[in-house]
Design a protein around this ligand. Sequence first.
Ligand code: GLN
Length: 537
Amino acid sequence: MASTKYIFVTGGVTSSLGKGIISASLAKLLQARGYRVTIQKLDPYINIDPGTLNPYEHGECYVTEDGAETDLDLGHYERFLNTPTSQGNNVTTGRIYQTVIDKERRGDYLGKTVQVIPHITDEIKTRIRILGETGDYDIVITEIGGTVGDIEAVPYIESVRQLKWEYEKDIMVVHLTLLPYLNVTGELKTKPTQHSVKTMLESGVQPDVLVCRSEHPVDDDIKRKLALFTNVRPKNVIESRDASTIYEVPVMMYNEKLDEVVLDYFDLESKNEPNLDMWREFLSRLKNPKRIVEIGLIGKYVELKESYKSITESFIHSGAANEVEVKVRWIHSEHLTMENAASTCKGLDGILVAPGFGERGFEGKVATVRYARENGIPYFGICYGMQAAVIEYARNVLGWSDANTTEVNAETSKPVIALMDDQMHVTDKGGTMRLGAQNCVLEEASKAFESYGSVNISERHRHRYEFNNQFKEELTAAGLKTTGINPESGLVEIVEIDNHPFFVGVQYHPEYKSTVLNPHPLFVSFIKAADEFRQNK
Ligand code: GLN
């Protein structure tokens, strides 16, 4: 293939139309036709990355293999494509400006005035081309965050204009919009879409494809009207109806021929029909569950479910693998106590204590661990949820009532979870945690080994505190098994207990690696244990 093709996905009319899912679905179809595809997200905020953002702002922070803290859409890209992303797949305005300002300080601009055009836009274009220039991809899809017309999006749209001007046929713009339905007149309205395309045209960018979100069918008359007013070919106006699951969208886009429109535009061969067999098989299992299990998700950000996106998606993958539907009961850790844990968790088939930071809601997490441990309810603790399990065990089995993490109580006499040595002198908050893929060696007699089926694994991390090896001997002697160890540092990555249907705490984040085609083995075993627990009730 001569040169990399670039597809930009922009959004109009409102936010939250699902640019990430449309990008991932299109990428999936092109991948299923044999093309090498990756997806990039440009975020117009001034933070360097979402690592320092409270999850209430933009939902979960997604961590890649190389330890980049990124937008949650990258999680969708990996779950759909089953290929890893990296730092290069997520760029923020903060990072662009930081690079340009660093260059200015070094004197790289040789006395020139540094300006949005060309310096900021050049840097944006460089970041867009980075993935294409690796030679690893035939097609790079770049999703531009926010909505066309936002002040913050202007330099990005301008960069797209320049790229279209420079490379013409290698660049394509897909604009995602909304066709609202007016109940009174019973019709879909095209005006907001016309306006948002006009806004793009004012910036010199002509969209090549319109993907129209709609709650009702978009008939040919409406497509023709939209095409006429927006200069888009009628066959390039694509309907995107609301779906019952995001995983249905690639199939819907296939039926709407979005991938064909793209190949046609670039004059690329249709090689073969996309092979979606395994995808469809997953969808059929997802839609025809044999049973239901109910899992309690304990966290302090439960008001915004996007904060736990990768976890809930992992439930969907592992539920389909077990042919069960996973129903989530959202439980706020701040409202949980030793006294109400039993009534709040009544009827649950499994409990997952989620990752988190700081004191708020932490005691509620510890209380739930105790309830799950003492009542034999399948328990899965992730990161802070693993740390809570260690603390609960130290307090209630060893009787160290003061045991804690130094994150919550720096004065505890039993700091069973403590700051890692190399974190002692870290003061900056951004990008300084233990991040990204780390090796782990599993004990063979363990649930972990049973699930993974191999001794050597690698998982992604995001934390500052760790199991304190000073207390390892006493904790293991009391029955808390350490079944996964980092071979380089000796850090404990997994704890388990025996005589329990499933009690596993992991210091890492398995949820980041679960995909449609590779549901995470620990989630699969956890849901299996929950299913068995329910059947034996
Ligand atoms: N707050 C804990 C730590 O930093 C756990 C982090 C997490 O759950 N991601 O170690």
